[in-house]
Write a protein that binds this ligand. Structure first.
Ligand code: UT7
Length: 324
């Protein structure tokens, strides 16, 4: 142990789009969306709210809570699948905006699992050098990467960012471990094309543009079982019982996925932080936004064991344990 979260922050776009608003865009009903997903609304970016803007604002709040100056940061990692440019990385824009002149910066792409993968990477840096101060962000503007004529997907996702600052602290606290998996064989269940190739030999004819395409029902089936197995495996490896976990912060994809998971793991519902109704699925941003809200609502205290679990495109999935 030893890698601790020193501060958290989040940032959501101003504009709230309700299920009723979506009735005007696609053939759906507010009731269908609510009952099938548990989502009531999502935030959608407007002018000046690119992925890096949201990421920067979330990072500023995390820096403030941690009492660390941006100039002290050594590394910035942003987990995202929806930066406004392919290059430079979103992390480089955040580095520029924060004036984090000492930090090197790069992005991680693991879809909805990106934040937990990046946090795990951050833990390794801190273990290697206890002086390191690292900013880990999950940020998405998925509204830019949705097919707004596809009711199977456009109702599910939202925009937002969450951030944490990590560093070393002595004592019986910190990052405990993780249990991650990927299965590229299942990539077709959830994917997004890159821009069309300019090399005619490599051009994928059926590329309809760069937006999310998903087999929702199949994803649903895999998600519940995969997260349950990842959680059980991690608890067994770390010899920690679910009873001793104070709070579970899952990826916020769909309330039915979460309810299934809660049932299978037999976790009291009060122990699970859920905000999918307000924000929808914000992919890599969902866990750090939920973590920040849980922290600011006073649901996390020193010594609490927190369990995270996630599932997303790749496919990628896994679970992480930390002691606050
Ligand atoms: O981070 C991981 C990302 N992915 C996910 O979390 C997605 C996981 N999957 C899901 O959340 C659910 O599968 C959905 C919410 C996407 C869909 O719910 P479902 O209960 O699995 O519905 P379905 O796909 O089985 O579709 C049932 C019906 C279909 O009509 P027919 O074929 O039965 O006539 C759909 O065409 O519902 C229809 N449908 C809609 N109806 C109204 C699909 N989307 C909509 C919609 N409004 N927005």
């Amino acid at each position: 142990m030893g890698t601790v979260i020193l501060g958290t922050g989040s940032c959501l776009p101003e504009k709230i789009v309700t299920n009723h608003d979506l009735e005007e865009i696609v053939d759906t009903s507010a009731e269908w969306i609510q009952s099938r997903t548990g989502i009531n609304a999502r935030r959608i970016s407007g002018k000046g709210e690119q992925t890096y803007n949201l990421a920067t604002e979330a990072s500023r709040k995390a820096l403030l809570m941690s009492g660390i100056d941006a100039k002290e940061l050594d590394i910035i990692v942003v987990a995202t699948i929806s930066s406004h440019m392919l290059m430079p990385s979103c992390a480089c824009f955040v580095q520029k905006e924060l004036g984090a002149t000492k930090a090197f910066a790069y992005d991680v792409n693991a879809a909805c699992s990106g934040f937990l993968y990046a946090l795990d990477l951050g833990d390794k840096y801190v273990r290697a050098d206890s002086e390191k101060k690292i900013l880990i962000v999950g940020a998405e503007v998925l509204s830019a990467r949705l097919n707004w004529a596809d009711r199977n997907t456009c109702i599910l996702f939202g925009d937002g960012a969450g951030a944490v600052i990590i560093g070393h602290q002595e004592g019986d606290c910190g990052y405990i471990g993780s249990n991650f998996f990927s299965d590229g064989n299942l990539w077709k269940l959830l994917y997004m094309h890159a821009p069309k190739s300019n090399n005619p030999e490599l051009c994928i004819e059926e590329n309809p543009g760069s937006h999310i395409i998903m087999e929702g029902r199949e994803i649903f089936k895999y998600a519940v079982k995969a997260m349950e197995d990842a959680v059980r495996g991690l608890l067994a490896k770390e010899q920690i019982s679910l009873d001793s976990v104070k709070l579970v912060i899952p990826h916020q994809a769909n309330i039915r996925i979460l309810n299934n998971l809660i049932e299978r793991l037999e976790i009291p519902k009060e122990k699970v932080f859920i905000n999918v109704a307000e924000y929808g699925n914000t992919s890599a941003a969902s866990i750090p936004i939920a973590l920040d809200e849980a922290k600011r609502e006073g649901r996390i205290s020193a010594g609490d064991t927190i369990l995270f679990c996630t599932f997303g495109g790749g496919l990628t999935w896994g679970a992480t344990l930390i002691k606050w």
